[in-house]
Design a protein around this ligand. Structure first.
Ligand code: SF4
Length: 224
């Protein structure tokens, strides 16, 4: 079950990824604000808990989850409502901020996106807000890894446009030592060229050889 802490159309995000299933229209932002009231989310969660008690909840939706300044409150509300474990999908760009990490740390699972291993490729694939940089994103991920007690997972969208970064991405993942890595490739029409199942499988083997715990989706559908 999922909860969208943004609920905006077009999307509100700190990136405009070339493969985004929400399209390329939307607002690039890095300033956090309360886009949906916590009360509204509490109502939805209570309803969900009454029908699906114990089912895991994922926070993701129409933009970058950590742009919701009340994300931490929402996660606490989910815990109190009687639903199951909580997971947050994030594009990792705001993780350098301590208040963002404090919010994320309340979740049982963090699924953090990384699609590039250097600044140039990051700009080309993820087209971030001008306040965001690859080095700051990686620094945020390192801080998170060293303090977070839950399950930190990485999500990598692979496509022709970043296939050559596979080695660098595996190196970056080794450095960050996530609990699990999800590899996927775009499945919906977008400005990126998907990889074949075989290519995904081959890259997955390379990650395995580095001792990384990795799983891949032949027809991937995870996005933040
Ligand atoms: S981070 Fe997620 S929502 Fe934002 S542009 Fe990229 S794919 Fe779309």
């Amino acid at each position: 079950m999922s909860v969208d802490p943004i609920r905006r159309a077009p999307k509100v995000c700190s990136e405009d990824c070339i493969y985004c299933m929400l399209g390329s229209s939307g607002f690039l932002a890095t300033k956090r604000s309360s886009l949906v009231s916590t009360e509204e989310v509490v109502e939805d969660l209570s309803e969900l808990a009454s029908i699906h008690r114990g089912l895991p909840i994922r926070f993701f939706g129409t933009g970058e989850t950590t742009l919701a300044s009340n994300l931490g409150e929402m996660i606490e509300a989910a815990r109190a409502s009687g639903v199951g474990s909580t997971a947050v999908l994030t594009n990792s760009t705001l993780m350098e901020r301590s208040e963002v990490r404090e919010d994320l740390e309340r979740a049982d699972v963090i699924i953090a996106k990384v699609d590039a291993s250097d600044e140039r490729s990051f700009q080309r694939i993820n087209r971030p807000h001008c306040d965001v940089s690859f080095s700051r994103m990686v620094r945020g991920l390192r801080y998170m890894r060293s303090n977070y007690k839950g399950s930190l997972r990485l999500q990598i969208m692979l496509m022709k446009e970043n296939e050559s970064q596979a080695e660098g991405l595996a190196q970056l993942c080794s450095d960050l030592s996530p609990d699990l890595i999800y590899l996927s490739t775009p499945t919906r029409p977008c400005h990126a060229t998907p990889l074949t199942y075989r290519s995904l499988q081959e890259i997955s083997r390379r990650f395995h050889r580095q001792g990384l715990n990795v799983t891949y989706e032949g027809r991937g559908d995870r996005e933040t």
